[in-house]
Design a protein around this ligand. Sequence first.
Ligand SMILES: C[S@@+](CC[C@H](N)C(=O)[O-])C[C@H]1O[C@@H](n2cnc3c(N)ncnc32)[C@H](O)[C@@H]1O
Ligand code: SF4
Length: 456
Amino acid sequence: MQLTNTENLIDKYNVAGPRYTSYPTVPFWDLEHFDTQKWHQGLLSFGKKEIVENGLSLYIHLPYCESLCTFCACHKRITKNHSMEGSYIDALLAEWRMYLNILGVKPTIKEIHLGGGTPSFFSSDNLERLLTGILKDAHVSENQAFSFEGHPNNTTEEHLQTLYNLGFRRVSFGVQDYDPVVQKAIHRIQPFEAVENVTKLARAIGYTSVSHDLVFGLPFQKLESVRNTILKTLELKPERIAFYSYAHVPWIKGNGQRGFEDDDLPTAGEKRALYEVGLELFEQAGYAEVGMDHFALPGDELFVAMSEKKLHRNFMGYTTQSSRAMIGLGASSISDIWGAFAQNAKDIEAYKAKVFGGTLPVEKGHILTEKDLFVREQILNLMCHFETAWTDDQFGIIDSEELQLSLQEMETDGILELRPSGLVVLERAFVRNICMVFDQYLSKNMKTEKLFSQTI
Ligand SMILES: C[S@@+](CC[C@H](N)C(=O)[O-])C[C@H]1O[C@@H](n2cnc3c(N)ncnc32)[C@H](O)[C@@H]1O
Ligand code: SF4
């Protein structure tokens, strides 16, 4: 039956599915065929030339937050006690030293992203010690992209200035929603003035790209309240806006403080309408949609990367750097060297114990097969450029009647257009569903409800 309207499509395609910051996705990593020795070999075979000439990306996970936001799906620990800052920084530096020993060269760093948790939980002195400790044994690429995530409630002028002095030019602030009812439900009370203040401070210091994170699909959100949050955001004209679809994953992050019930969440159709409000307002204000959940002003590097088809996606989300070596430092961080992934111990004590015991804190990983690499490329193309192409030979690796039928059905539903050796996404809302058809680890009747959030 041909589906003709968006509501029917949402009903049909709103299933639990990955966000594809990696392929294969973490629940399907082949742990049996991975060990730390193979990870070492992978790093070495990646090549010193690549690490020195093309450069590395570093993701550094800073897992502490002072207060729990009950919608949050990040790896974090909530505490008001700051006494562990120093030893966590020591662990990160010790882990970096292990990587330097394995690589055996002075690497070039192209990109650093401080994520969390809340990087601005740490004092600026501790962040400075961390970064000077890392940068002293590395070259910094000429057009480096250093960024950090700041919480508007605790990012200070000192944080912004210290990191600026170390080469940071991009900052993203978690905003989520300005509506008091929503803020109460998600346990995140954050006045507009706090966001305005840090945004203006960042600009005055010289940051060239300020990003605000908003989320749609949160409890009690209504068209009018989301419109209001967006209009307030537009008053500050951040260069980038992340407009994330709320990932409801209570089985991982369940907690007793939640100020909402599942019934308080918008339905899939309502959630889509919230997104449409955002799309319209952002486009009216001169922003362009970049990838699945970002908007950027023309001139911002993310926008430029999209226009030049250089957009890349990894565990940090969308990035402008196509570096194929990303080392993740810190508890739960994931490293990605294109042909292999490795994830550190998630538990902070287990992570520290390994590092201080002199071994890499890698807990699990995956070595990509030839088939994985082909599918990874297709999924990356779809998530970044909303189209992909292949040669018949390559496609033969995964070709099957089931795959052909699924693609044809999606074409009939109007969400993609098949080309002789490739496809173009017509309905971007369903890009994750299209990627799922290529995913070799998902089978049609598999139960994915407790693994992934809903695609819409
Ligand atoms: C590590 S936080 C940002 C920095 C800082 N901790 C803060 O909250 O301001 C990363 C961002 O991920 C997004 N996020 C977290 N949990 C999410 C979820 N369940 N669904 C969608 N986005 C989520 C939020 O927009 C959040 O700002
Ligand atoms: S949204 Fe940010 S501050 Fe809130 S719990 Fe998550 S990481 Fe921590």
